[in-house]
Write a protein that binds this ligand. Sequence first.
Ligand SMILES: [Zn+2]
Length: 99
Amino acid sequence: MIRTAPSPPIPLPGRRDLLASLLGGAALTWLTPSNLARASDPAQQRYICLEPDCSPYVYDPARGDPSQGIPAGTAFDDLPDDWVCPDCQGPKSSFVPFG
Ligand SMILES: [Zn+2]
């Protein structure tokens, strides 16, 4: 008679693990505190350029735009009016909220 070793106790899954099993890893990646904070804070809102020639470029306030002297932490609304897309030189009006 072969006896198998007793299984180790299975820990109860935390909420994140439960969500991961229900929704999959991609959804879990979305449910990070930083993403939730970003969604509720206009100063952290990202904007994407819709110019057809653009790759497109996404302005992220957390990164700013060093190529034009914009420091990290600058909200899109606080960019100077003469700021242009670093990728296609499109105007601010070509951008829409993203993410
Ligand atoms: Zn652009």
